[in-house]
Design a protein around this ligand. Sequence first.
Ligand SMILES: Cc1ncc(COP(=O)(O)O)c(C=O)c1O
Length: 393
Amino acid sequence: MDAHTIIENEAKYIAPTYTRPEIVFSHGDGVYVYDTEGKQYLDMTAGIAVVSIGHSDPDWVAAVTAQAGKLTHVSNLYHTAPAVELAQRLVESSFADKVYFCNSGAEANEGAIKFARKYQYMHGRPEKREIVYFSGAFHGRTMGALAVTPREKYQKPFKPLMPQTKMGVYNDVSSAEALIDGTTCAVIVEPIQGEGGIVPATQAFITRLRQLCDQHDAVLIFDEVQCGVGRSGTLWAHEAYSVQPDIMSLAKPLANGLPIGTTLVNEKIAKCIQPGDHASTFAGGAVVCAGANVVFDKVNDPVLLAHVRQMGEVLHDLLASKLPSEKVVEIRGRGLIMGVELTEAAAPIVAKAREQGVLLVGAGLNVLRFVPPLTIDEAQLSHAVDVIAASMA
Ligand SMILES: Cc1ncc(COP(=O)(O)O)c(C=O)c1O
């Protein structure tokens, strides 16, 4: 099928929840993707912070292909090795004692909310239900995750959402102090907000959230769906704060593009989870987890993590020196999750850069977001920033 027919048939057959440019991608290799006309694009988006080890990584392809040829699915009625191997890797490299597998970021947060509520329930506090979240947050589009994602456009047509939620102001300690009390079941926060415009939490904010949760026996949930798994230059974004959550949600990059989500929990939460509390047919599937094991080993490598930190500094310097300073409000982020807040809308610049073969995505209205494969090098970053600078001129 040619590109024109694919685009026409998409409009005919696929529900219109997305607006897409008139390009059809056919394949990818490392930090590049190619359209059906053979045009090459430098991928500064990585499928929105997903393809961390690059497109078609040969080790990932080999592991996924081998597993697909052996066993794909038996459901969660039975044991399989790849999920257990992945869970062991996650637990041994984090604060967590147990892992629940699912299929997406929103689902990982649904699991987090359910496990937090179960924790309070098992401690004889079924009325302790409030979930505190923060301005600018994005936790997903299912009814629970959406209830803690304060965007009028996303929420309004679908109300009523999950009740008993309260919003505080991100990075505002006194706002958190005013909201977190004996009624609080859990507090959910992104250590670095992604969709909200690449906004890192302050140390004071994260430290105070941990104290308040301890004081009121509320569950602290870190949503690292976008900022976790090496993207910020440490394996977990929260390492930078030396503060640990009770629950952490992960998804996007973990299987390099295959659908996966995980809810990691510490022992006090794990003790409250029983068979039947939560489940998903596809979760922890053998093929997805075989791919994720390769991703995890490649990302959880001090050399790769040092590379991410170094490339983050390079990208920051390039953005600061090459973009027209009168149009830049702020450059934010750590490692390879970086955003440039502009004085103007990001969308026209994203479109111009795409014409010049650089894929970008905005965050909010006026932030250019940079979440490329973690394997990107200095020359590639430099080329991307040159194209963006020209697109802004
Ligand atoms: C921080 C964060 N949480 C949750 C989600 C939802 O993930 P998914 O789209 O896989 O449901 C996203 C997606 O952008 C995200 O950035």
